[in-house]
Design a protein around this ligand. Structure first.
Ligand code: ATP
Ligand code: MN
Length: 464
């Protein structure tokens, strides 16, 4: 007998009346006076459950079945039947039900069959995947990741794995976690930590971006991307920031900024279509549960209905309306989240792409524009979520790059890899970083980034 999932059954692959063998966790149990119990079984293969009919003729009916509670795990052997009364097409007439794991004290089980808030569920990160909501988000995250790989593959990109442990600060921002095998207790006693005694013989960090390594492969294989975790030791405790998050970073030789923007838009469109096809039931579940704007969001990405606008023009708009903002804004300053929200939710009411930021607020590697004040950069900003993509054309001219390194007080020696790419057969190239969790937030309408990654790490907060 084959082990099958609820998804296999609902997709209609299994013949009616055939004997099936299925396992999962009980959501609810209802008993009729006639000595029949209806078990709602969930196995996580899809958003739907399957009804199991357990009759009093089962040998362990009284002993086991009548004491099943939410969360118990069981294995069912039975016959697949067409369901007449149930809203679902199928049910299983049980022949045998084995109890795999009971719950001794159901009052202590934190995940009841009732509604729980996402805040409550965050206290039980290891059990919350059993809820419909976290299950749906998890499957959507899978489909999204898979469709990103698929899109990149179809576009002729190669996935490369870039190191997580690094000795350079990609962004030049200094918000990095140290990695060390030293006994820090001892080292801190001796005041200045001697990193030359450390594992790699120097100070190393968890990477904030795979871009530098990515550029080296793009300047050889033309089109590559990275897809992996990145780390930021920022103390920001917002609903949109994690200390460990996943980023997709395509890097393309011979691409201009406009080419990169096109690619980003195509990618968002493609993956949204895939989500609508392959995660339809999960999206629908979330949509019904929260009455949010999931479909509007997906459609906005699919129709690529984005505003393209220059940073300078954005500043003019914001300054014109400056009295509504808490944070002051003028040319040369970075936008804060309230500015991003105003532009995407009130002023334009759609996603926007802001281009050509001032050089002082962007990373050293962005290509300087002819005005010598701005860099060839772009951010894609979505309603409710803010920035999901940051990208640029890279500075491919060695003299210009060196000037920028000096301006940022960065040590040329440490950027040897980067400088060599400019010295030996340099080419114009561009790339961007897409935050996976921010995209899931937008697609699902989930408000807090801690709910779209299995085990969130944030400032002052780590479980498991
Ligand atoms: P923000 O200004 O929103 O903090 P950033 O400009 O620091 O973002 P980048 O360095 O441009 O971010 O990173 C590229 C993308 O990675 C961002 O557009 C965003 O989607 C995502 N991202 C950046 N920081 C975080 C974070 N702390 N948690 C989750 N996603 C992030
Ligand atoms: Mn950015």
């Amino acid at each position: 007998m084959n082990l099958i999932s609820i998804l296999d059954i609902l997709q209609g692959y299994i013949q009616i009346d055939s004997e099936v063998y299925i396992q999962g966790w009980v959501k609810t149990r209802r008993d009729s006076k006639l000595g029949i119990s209806f078990l709602i079984l969930y196995d996580g293969s899809c958003i739907d459950c399957l009804q199991i009919i357990a009759n009093k003729s089962l040998i362990n009916y009284k002993k086991d079945i009548l004491s099943l509670t939410t969360g118990c795990s069981i294995r069912v052997t039975g016959y697949l039947k067409k369901s007449l009364k149930n809203k679902q097409k199928y049910e299983i007439q049980a022949k045998k039900i084995e109890i795999l794991g009971k719950i001794k004290n159901p009052d202590t089980y934190p995940i009841s069959s009732k509604y729980h808030t996402t805040e409550y569920l965050r206290k039980f990160l290891h059990l919350r995947p059993r809820t419909y909501l976290i299950g749906a988000i998890t499957r959507i995250r899978h489909v999204l990741s898979k469709s990103i790989h698929q899109f990149m593959h179809e576009q002729g990109f190669f996935w490369i794995s870039t190191p997580l442990i690094t000795s350079i600060d990609t962004e030049g921002s200094g918000k990095m976690f140290n990695v060390s095998s030293l006994n820090l207790n001892n080292s801190i006693c001796s005041k200045k930590i001697k990193f030359n005694n450390d594992f790699f013989g120097k100070e190393v960090f968890l990477t904030v971006s795979g871009q530098l390594a990515g550029e080296s492969y793009a300047c050889a294989l033309s089109k590559i991307y990275t897809f992996g975790p990145t780390f930021r030791a920022e103390h920001s405790n917002t609903r949109r920031h994690l200390s460990e998050f996943w980023m997709i970073e395509p890097e393309m030789a011979f691409y201009t900024l406009e080419d990169a923007i096109n690619l980003a838009e195509e990618m968002l469109k493609y993956v949204s279509q895939e989500i609508l096809i392959h995660s339809y039931d999960d999206i629908n579940f979330i949509y019904k549960g929260t009455k949010n704007t999931v479909y509007k969001h997906l459609n906005q990405l699919i129709t690529k209905n984005f505003i393209h606008i220059d940073y300078t023009e954005v500043i003019n708009i914001l300054m014109y309306h400056e009295n509504i903002f808490k944070n002051k804004i003028s040319w040369g300053m970075d936008l804060s989240f309230e500015h991003e929200c105003y532009l995407t939710e009130k002023y334009f009411q759609k996603p926007i792409i802001i281009k050509n930021y001032p050089k002082n607020i962007k990373a050293f590697y962005m290509r300087i524009n002819d005005d010598l004040k701005t860099v060839s950069s772009m951010d894609i900003i979505l309603p409710g979520v803010g920035e999901i993509i940051g990208g640029s054309q890279r500075e491919e001219r060695i003299q210009e790059l060196d000037k920028r390194l000096e301006e940022f007080n960065l040590n040329k020696k440490e950027y040897k890899l980067y400088r060599d790419l400019r010295k030996y057969g340099t080419v114009p190239h561009s790339g961007f970083g897409l935050g996976l969790e921010r995209l899931i937030m937008y697609i699902t309408g989930i408000r807090n980034i801690r709910d779209v990654i299995p085990f969130p790490r944030t400032f002052n907060n780590i479980d498991f």
